[in-house]
Design a protein around this ligand. Structure first.
Ligand code: DGY
Length: 314
């Protein structure tokens, strides 16, 4: 029997490509735009798509693949995919939740501490010989004991809160789904959450429902001693308002793993010494990326075998 056709969009590691090649007639394309250059017969044969990346994938792209039945996303966040357009075409969407919770939460806490204790600058201080010349590194500020807010108490938000609780923090949160977590204080909106805490962690899902919801008003409520940590999506924050707040010292700092137009970064960020910048690497460990690839492939295999999908989104 002929092997099913699978189109894979995005940059995959060899450890993902090899098992896909073993099972399917694989057509890898580097980007969403490159899909338009695939031969018509390949597009017609493709019932499944392995999707990786953050470029928008909407109805126009889906229509290039007339027999598409599954978009298996590599990542927990599926905001790049227009799920309503997929629904309208009877296309199933899956994602890769849970396997990355620990890594993303670890990075969020690491960024928070690194920003407070200025770890990257301190490392440069040593490397540049400044310390050896006899100059002490300037004092920074404590992380433990702060009041912290989690915006979005989903799977990753909860892992972040659990870790922060071990740092003798007072945990506050705002969440659509969870209002009653013993020991942690619920807030009905983002402004009252930001007002109640020292530092604010963004862990909501991306997409139209949360776009721009961290406004200038939220940042002002956080105040001049506050730090914003974002491991969710750049779209959640009004980036212009954040840059203004950082430049004018209306908040103390930010630790950011995600940006609005990433991997392009607004050059204003690069001039700020109160912003710690990361290349969207929350899930970026070998262990987790392998697990994400495996879950993506397991969903594709379930689809072709007519079994229930493991982690359906719609
Ligand atoms: C995710 O899984 O959504 C991560 O942000 C990687 O895109």
């Amino acid at each position: 029997m002929a092997r099913p056709t699978l189109i894979a969009i995005g940059n995959y590691n060899d450890w993902d490509v090899e098992p896909m090649q073993a099972e399917y007639t694989l057509h890898p394309v580097a980007s969403v735009e490159a899909l338009a250059h695939l031969p018509e017969d390949v597009c017609a044969d493709a019932r499944a798509l392995a999707f990786k990346g953050h470029a928008p994938f909407g109805g126009k792209q889906m229509d290039l693949l007339p027999n598409l039945g599954l978009i298996a996303n590599y990542g927990v966040g599926f905001d790049a995919i227009d799920v309503a357009a997929a629904d309208a075409r009877g296309i199933k969407v899956t994602n890769t939740p849970d396997v990355l919770n620990d890594d993303v939460a670890d990075l969020a806490v690491a960024m928070w501490i690194a920003q407070a204790r200025r770890i990257p600058e301190a490392s440069d201080w040593v490397r540049s010989g400044t310390w050896s010349e006899g100059r002490d590194f300037p004092l920074n500020r404590k992380a433990s004991g702060r009041r912290v807010g989690i915006l979005g108490l989903g799977r990753i938000g909860r892992e972040i809160a659990d870790r922060l609780a071990a740092f003798k923090t007072e945990v506050h949160y705002a969440s659509r789904s969870e209002k009653d977590t013993p020991g942690w204080t619920y807030h009905p909106d983002y402004v009252s959450l930001a007002r109640a805490v020292d530092d604010l962690f963004i862990a909501v899902v991306g997409g139209p429902d949360t776009a721009g919801c961290v406004t200038a008003e939220v940042l002002d409520a956080l105040g001049p001693d506050g730090v914003l940590v974002n491991i969710s999506r750049g779209s959640v924050v009004d980036e212009g308002a954040l840059l203004d707040a950082l430049e004018r010292g209306r908040i103390r700092g930010a630790a950011l793993d995600v940006f609005q137009d990433e991997p392009k970064i607004d050059p204003r960020f690069l001039r700020l010494d109160n912003a710690l910048l990361q290349p969207h690497q929350g899930s970026g460990t070998g262990e987790t990326r392998r697990a994400m690839g495996q879950l993506q492939r397991d969903n594709v295999a379930a689809f072709f075998a007519d079994r229930p999908l493991l982690t359906p989104v719609n």
